[in-house]
Design a protein around this ligand. Structure first.
Ligand SMILES: NC(=O)c1ccc[n+]([C@@H]2O[C@H](COP(=O)([O-])OP(=O)(O)OC[C@H]3O[C@@H](n4cnc5c(N)ncnc54)[C@H](O)[C@@H]3O)[C@@H](O)[C@H]2O)c1
Length: 332
């Protein structure tokens, strides 16, 4: 089977993560073109993957026009999605888009409508879902939910403050919940089902040493799940630390880490587990295998059609925290 001819739009930090996977997937996929507003970044990609500089672009429209691509990765910052998905849809090119896929839910809904119309294969970079412990965790949690044994959960994440220029501007990044904690909120949805209402408060003023910063330092959110479970989520970028979801039942407790570690405490036993796979690699390989037709596209754990619900959830949290903690129902 022929190799997937891949193009990249955005060759910054997260693109390096994908590149490290394509270094190890040369039998299945070949990066043949790259675009970045900073040409040196796209040139570095050309050098790394051995293609000529005539396939390096600063304008993605030209890349789409000139290259024959089987799939693309969209790795631009959240505020920079300005139409690339629609060209991919028009041309029928499957795409892997980084989270958060935009800060404008109307834009995302329009993308989804096009994707559905063309039955296009898509993936979103919510790679934590691919940790191989989640099969077990999901079935354990699922059994407890079906017996109505889970009352509540409490989650937290301290994510640190990424120093890329756009992160500190909420209109570019979406703020911490949308840009960063979306991974953890996505796992809440993945394991416990959809969230129907959020109420959120935030604070600023702890981070004083980063100029031009308008992102909240921390937020606390109350979540109501469709199945009746209630939960709280505390998250901040003022410090670095781990994060996990703690789940409480009448007779036990379970802690689930973002990277798929878990610890279950039951009356007579404690059991723990850690993932054995490289879930970031598996996320990219699943997309490529689907594009190659080797697996069904349903095996992609985070297609655009599902990731848009996590995007809508985090945007609803922003809406609540920006409006004095009013209850907001996610728009999807
Ligand atoms: N899945 C994950 O765990 C994860 C981790 C980090 C970042 N991300 C996401 O990846 C995205 C990018 O983050 P990053 O850290 O790589 O940022 P970055 O600033 O390092 O890279 C973004 C790149 O996109 C380029 N770019 C912007 N607009 C462009 C355009 N119109 N055409 C071509 N290139 C353009 C920029 O020049 C820059 O090089 C963000 O949405 C971020 O949330 C995901």
């Amino acid at each position: 089977m022929k190799k997937v001819r891949l193009g990249f739009i955005g060759c910054g930090g997260i693109a390096q993560f994908h590149f490290s996977h394509y270094d190890k997937m040369k039998d299945k996929a070949q990066i043949v073109a790259a675009c970045d507003l900073i040409p040196e970044r796209a040139k570095a990609c050309a050098e790394r993957f051995g293609f000529d500089e005539k396939h390096v672009y600063t304008d993605y429209k030209q890349m789409f026009e000139k290259e024959k691509l089987d799939a693309i990765h969209i790795c631009v910052q959240p505020g920079a999605h300005d139409g690339m998905e629609f060209i991919a849809i028009d041309k029928g090119i499957p795409f892997f888009c980084q989270k958060p896929m935009t800060l404008d839910l109307k834009y995302a809904k329009k993308v989804l409508a096009g994707v559905k119309k063309k039955k296009l294969i898509t993936a979103v970079g919510l790679q934590c879902r691919y940790a191989d412990t989640f099969d077990f965790i999901k079935s354990y949690v699922g059994a407890k939910i079906s017996r109505n044994e889970i009352a509540m959960l409490s989650a937290y994440r301290l994510g640190g403050f990424p120093m890329v220029w756009w992160w500190r501007r909420k209109e570019q990044s979406g703020g911490q919940v949308v840009e960063q904690t979306i991974h953890n909120y996505d796992l809440c949805r993945y394991l416990f089902g959809d969230i129907v209402q959020v109420q959120s408060a935030c604070r600023k003023g702890v981070i004083t040493d980063i100029p031009d910063n308008n992102v909240e330092d921390a937020s606390s959110t109350i979540m109501t799940f469709a199945n009746g479970i209630i939960g709280t989520f505390n998250t901040g970028c003022f410090g670095n630390g781990p994060g996990d979801i703690n789940v409480y039942t009448r007779k036990g407790k379970m802690s689930i880490g973002l990277g798929g570690n878990y610890r279950i405490e039951e009356p007579n036993q404690v059991f723990t587990g850690s993932p054995s796979n490289d879930y970031g690699f598996d996320c990219d390989q699943t997309f490529i295998d689907a594009v190659r037709g080797e697996i069904d596209a349903d095996e992609i754990l985070s297609p655009y059609s599902d990731a848009i619900k996590s995007l809508a959830l985090t945007l609803a949290i922003n809406e609540s925290m920006d409006n004095g903690g009013i209850p907001v129902k996610p728009a999807l």
